[in-house]
Design a protein around this ligand. Structure first.
Ligand code: MSP
Length: 656
């Protein structure tokens, strides 16, 4: 077994149009662990991705008039964008719609079927006819469909089942023989008492009513249902089951599989059972972390009404406070394994307290003093006092302490070890009182030593912080003329590396202090305005929906003259971000029409197209174009498509 490799995985994310700070937690923690292990010179493989199949996606996509993949693609791009903003250093991003995954899942399903681990039977559940969905008793909400709230009927569906029940004893033994397998330990009792001891049921692993899934190759009316599709991503991403399985051979078993507490059950009961059935080695560790609870609605101080006051959009937070601040907050605030609470205020406190006050101040005070007392040239140390030695011992011992905590996957404690060094260094400034000794020529050597010890504390802290906050360490080291790219390595995380005589620049603030009251007031105002705008928007939508459709007589309808027309030219209307100026051929005449198609069609897609024109509209001037009619389109959500004659009809044909 290769002890020098480190394979770490996040769960694969359901595509969402509303990525929030809570979603970032698992991945930021995994990123810190991946980066730390890279700095330990391990061969790291860090996997993340998206979980893209299932009924919910199918439904949401069709509500928007899109195909599932059209619906998913922008959401996945959005997630990747967030990972970029947060400096997530994944090695692979798997999508369960990727061809290689689809093929591997099909082959795994077949393999399990051939081995007798999967069998065909009937699934009994509660059926919601409008949603075409089966639900288990526990999924129902007040006895009704959890999706649409309508009544459900008992029904049966043909399904394939995985023999999960037979693995109960082997899973218990897995926990007993490998106390490291499931962490934190409290989660073991939860699994044993709540799920395994009451008895495991065989698991439904295919559906005939869900189209948006991976087809079962030997029974095409079935699609693979959640478990075998999603969980297997951890091995299919490495090429398991294909002829290109070098990565699988190299990296499996996973060293750490990080998951939120609500999906521990799937990862420590179902996943091991599937692996056992396949004859594949178990992951070494599954870690079930707690949740980041988002602060609830608050009473707005200015308006006296309840509004959502927390900014939860990761991109917005990075824009406001930077990637380091958000990463640091996520890694530091939640006691590992437990839940933590996010509010604007708790984030600002971390920024001001730890990053600005402790770290930022240490850097600015020290570099300012080196400039003031030594003209920006780093002095060297001479004699070391007991006090210096105490600080240096702490400095030299911090890497080992951080390492120990990272092995336990206790990231917040690892960070607090680094901050103990930073805080100790700040206290050392107060104890040594450089502003006093600088006045005494006889204390010149002492002053030199103090400046050197402080600079080393800064340098080593910056190195140790690099896996956690990725930008500030380089910035800090640059004040010492150090190239972070080359010199941030744990080999340098000990006292005495800085060279005498190097130039030290007076630091600009690394984490400028934020005026919390002012900031909170500004956020509250902004959020209240947003709430107001949303309400307005909702009301508008409601009105649109509510407006009763007026009935008209056939005579009234025939007042409208509809004609087939061919688009001859299409010009941009520069003044407008919606309009094109089109010339239309109506057989015996030509018309100019301004049409709001810019967002939906390129000019070349329109030219030559047959469209339906409302030909007897009164001309109207739109952005300087006199429009002689209107082209018919179908609209659904954000989607707009032209209406065309179903087969060829000459220009000028009357529609009606
Ligand atoms: N698709 C499944 C996982 C399948 S893995 C084979 C899933 N996706 S998810 O998008 O809902 O969640 C992805 C991760 O984000 C989970 O680890 C989940 O716990 C985490 N979080 C989502 N919201 C969270 C918080 N508010 N706080 C912390 N993490 C939470 O589950």
């Amino acid at each position: 077994m290769d002890n020098n490799k480190f394979y770490i995985t996040t769960p694969i994310y359901y595509p969402s149009g509303n990525w929030h700070i809570g979603h970032c937690y698992t991945t930021v923690v995994c990123d810190a662990l991946a980066r730390f292990n890279r700095m330990l010179k391990k061969d790291v493989f860090f996997l993340t991705g998206t979980d893209e199949h299932g009924q919910k996606i199918e439904k949401k996509a069709s509500e928007q008039g899109l195909s599932p993949i059209e619906f998913i693609n922008p959401l996945v791009d959005g997630l990747k964008e967030i990972w970029k903003e947060l400096d997530i250093s994944y090695d692979k991003f798997i999508r369960t719609t990727d061809d290689y995954h689809v093929e591997a899942v099909q082959s795994i399903f077949k393999q399990l079927y051939d081995k007798g681990e999967i069998y065909k039977s009937e699934y009994e559940g509660w059926y919601c006819t409008p949603c075409e969905s089966f639900w288990t008793e526990s999924q129902l909400v007040d006895g009704k469909c959890p999706d649409c709230g309508r009544p459900v009927q008992k029904g049966k569906e043909e399904s394939y089942f995985f023999r999960l029940s037979k693995y109960a004893d082997r899973i218990l033994k897995l926990y007993e023989d490998n106390p490291e397998f499931l962490q934190p330990k409290s989660r073991v009792n939860e699994m044993v008492n709540n799920f395994i001891k009451p008895g495991l049921q065989d698991l439904c692993v295919s559906r005939t009513t869900i189209n948006w899934g991976i087809p079962v190759t030997f029974d095409e009316k079935h699609t693979v249902y959640v478990w075998v599709d999603a969980l297997t991503n951890y091995i299919t991403a490495l090429g398991y089951g294909t002829s290109h399985d070098e990565l699988y051979k190299k990296y499996w078993p996973a060293d750490v599989q990080m998951v939120g507490k609500e999906i521990v059950r799937f990862h420590t009961i179902i996943w091991p059972a599937i692996l056992m059935a396949l004859g594949v080695e178990m992951p070494k560790k599954v870690y079930g972390h707690g949740w980041l609870l988002i602060g609830g609605d608050k009473l707005s101080k200015s308006k006296g009404e309840k509004i959502k006051t927390e900014i939860t959009d990761p991109k917005e937070l990075v824009d406001r406070y930077g990637c380091d601040a958000l990463r640091y907050f996520l890694l530091r605030e939640i006691p590992f394994g437990n839940d933590g609470v996010y509010t604007n205020e708790s984030l600002l406190k971390r920024i001001n307290g730890d990053l600005s006050n402790d770290l930022g101040n240490l850097v600015s005070r020290t570099t300012a003093m080196i400039n003031q007392y030594f003209g920006g040239v780093l002095p060297y140390y001479t004699e070391l006092t007991a006090l210096d030695k105490e600080v240096i011992d702490l400095l030299n011992g911090t890497l080992a302490k951080v390492k120990e905590q990272i092995e336990l996957i206790d990231v917040p404690t690892a960070l607090s070890e680094i901050f103990k060094l930073i805080q100790r260094a700040n206290k050392y400034i107060d104890e040594t009182e450089p502003w006093k000794i600088s006045k005494d020529e006889a204390m010149r050597d002492r002053l030199k030593t103090v400046m050197y010890v402080l600079s080393e504390c800064i340098r080593v802290s910056a190195i140790l912080l690099k896996p956690f906050i990725t930008k500030a360490p380089d910035k800090i080291l640059a004040f010492y003329g150090i190239d972070g790219e080359k010199e941030i390595t744990f080999d340098n995380a000990y006292f005495g590396v800085l060279k005498e005589g190097i130039s030290v620049t007076k630091a600009t603030p690394v984490f400028p202090r934020i005026d919390v009251n002012k900031e909170i007031a500004e956020i509250e105002k902004m959020m209240a305005e947003r709430a107001k705008a949303n309400k307005k928007e909702e009301k508008k939508e409601e009105k649109k929906e509510e407006k009763p459709v007026e009935q008209i007589s056939i005579d009234e309808f025939f007042k409208t003259q509809l004609k087939v027309a061919i688009v001859k030219t299409c010009e941009d209307v520069e003044k407008s971000n919606k309009l094109y100026k089109l010339t239309l051929d109506l057989g015996d005449e030509e018309r100019t029409v301004a049409s709001g198609l810019k967002k939906y069609y390129k000019p070349e897609e329109l030219i030559g197209k047959k469209v339906i024109l409302v030909a007897n509209l009164k001309p109207a001037k739109l952005c300087g174009v006199v429009s002689e009619g209107m082209i018919l389109c179908a609209e659904h959500g954000d989607k707009v498509v032209l209406i065309s004659p179903e087969s060829d009809m000459p220009a000028g044909s009357v529609v009606g």
